[in-house]
Design a protein around this ligand. Sequence first.
Ligand code: KG4
Ligand code: ZN
Length: 358
Amino acid sequence: MIVLGIESSCDDTGAALVNDSKEILGEALQSQEEHKQYGGVVPEIAARAHLEHVDEIISVCLQRARINLNQIDAVAASAGPGLIGGVVVGVMTAKALSLALNKPFIAVNHLEAHALCARIANHVEFPYLLLLVSGGHCQILVVKNVGEYERLGTTIDDAAGEAFDKVAKMLNLGYPGGPVIEKLASVGDETRFSLPRPLIGSDDCNLSFSGLKTAVRKIVESYSPDGEVEHAILPKQDVADVCACFQFAATDCLVRKLQRAIKYFKQKYPDGQHLVVSGGVASNSYLRSALKELAEKNNLEFAAPPIRFCTDNGVMVAWAGLERFRLGYTSPLDFKPRPRWPLDEDAPKAPGAGGVKA
Ligand code: KG4
Ligand code: ZN
């Protein structure tokens, strides 16, 4: 069974072919550089770039796999949530291929693609506890099965990756912020500035990064002659120290809320054995090692996708498509792309509004 997956929901155009033996037969990825100067993704620029590159990315993927289109059993695409212009490009391409090849189309929830991605390279059984941290999302979920999720908590403001990106922008470090902050943090002093841990005392699994971002802004402003963050001049070492303190605080918030979630997970899902992290921020090694430690402390196995599959890519979409396909879940050709598409929509909701008590 071979599934082609197409990713185009943000600023990466990706395609991959995977089979049910967990082999990645071929893949191709084009990460858009065009957004760097804007400090964030510009939707219209992203949509145009997807349009320009998607056909070639699929061709390169097929060539690398030495597979022709007729050998494919199904075509999957990220159908939301995400930037609608890009999502439409991927979905329409997948539908056209599906129609021309007379093979099923599978609309993949982009968050589900992140959620299931760790199962390609690791032996991870359902149910598992998942921290999904990307540029647009920050959620703690129980992955009960393909298509079955219980959301335990979410950010009430910024996503974790968004906070990394905004802090990087304040420090004039470009976009995306995560990788450069991680690099600088490795030579910074994480005890230099004291930063808040927003929402940490709340009796739920929700998160908040907006206060943390504001606290960083105040530090940066203190280096500016006129109090404007754009005019701040920070010595190199101070930039590294801010990065280290921010990364430490953000990780600490995630770890502490996950500790609550683990308590709930263990009670309600005693068979669950894994703590998984996925999404772009999961490529952060500092966060990965903190989560590994947390898992060990709680007698759970830690699993994460290989770093190159944490940020958006075609492999995770192809894999999620394959997981759906082998259960018999396919989508009609009139499936409408969804800019918003909560993962736990069809699943039983967690008790209490906005998250569970844990
Ligand atoms: O999953 P992803 O590629 O796109 C979305 O679905 O949002 O995640 C992109 C996000 C960006 O905010 C980026 O700054 C963050 O992931 N990111 C990182 C790292 N690498 C990427 N954040 C922290 N540390 C990293 N090493
Ligand atoms: Zn993503």
